[in-house]
Design a protein around this ligand. Structure first.
Ligand code: FE2
Ligand code: FE2
Length: 214
């Protein structure tokens, strides 16, 4: 039953990711899933709830982008996830556990991840923005919005998101440098430390390269 259920769920969510920004496509879902299951096993989480929550957590992301951020994909995602899970005959108690994870995965507007599954979804989702994959994602996004390749002397106070100066490096300095301090789980903290180190070393090296030192 479980495998059949997950196959049906995957089929249901697929259309929501067609034509999405490459940072939040089905590959993002699959990476977060692998990481969430690795952390979930260590943290003795309910892997079924975790898997369902990961698959559905960004289902409204495309809608948020289309409405230029006027709707919150975590909140809208809860409505869509409820409909889909009811349609698939998923039990009410389990639906609420999944909804808590989706609602709190941005940790915004006072929505704090409380269950271990919600904390793991948050950690795994954020971890996908740092490390080797973080470098590629942020470079892909800066290309997508047409920003410069690199601006080593960028002043983050004087530059804006989505501008020509919103390079991969600016995104690292503004946001990604703090991801390692936001983890809830011990395993998340451990993985974040390694990923952060790799990313920071990459930008250090890059800054030396562009100065002609390497
Ligand atoms: Fe999200
Ligand atoms: Fe996500």
């Amino acid at each position: 039953m479980k495998e059949e259920f997950f196959n049906k769920l995957r089929e249901k969510i697929f259309p929501y990711f067609e034509g999405t920004n490459p940072c939040h496509d089905m590959d993002h879902i699959d990476r977060v899933l692998s990481l969430a299951l690795t952390i979930g096993e260590k943290e003795n989480a309910d892997l079924e709830i975790l898997k369902v929550a990961v698959l559905l957590h960004d289902i409204a992301r495309k809608e948020q982008d289309e409405f230029k951020g006027e709707i919150c994909h975590a909140e809208r995602g809860c409505e869509l996830a409820r409909e889909i899970l009811k349609e698939l005959g998923y039990s009410g108690g389990k639906i609420e556990k999944v909804i808590h994870c989706i609602k709190t995965h941005r940790f915004k507007n006072g929505d704090v991840p409380k269950s271990i599954e919600a904390k793991i979804l948050y950690d795994a989702d954020k971890l996908d923005s740092i490390g080797g994959i973080g470098i590629l994602r942020v470079a892909s996004f800066s290309g997508y919005i047409g920003s410069v390749v690199h601006n080593p002397s960028v002043d983050i106070e004087k530059t804006k998101a989505y501008s020509k100066d919103d390079s991969a490096y600016r995104e690292f300095l503004v946001k990604l440098v703090r991801v390692k301090d936001k983890m809830f789980t011990d395993e998340g903290k451990r993985i974040a430390k390694g990923r952060h180190k790799f990313m920071a070393e990459f930008f250090d090296r890059l800054n030396k390269e562009v100065k002609g030192e390497l």
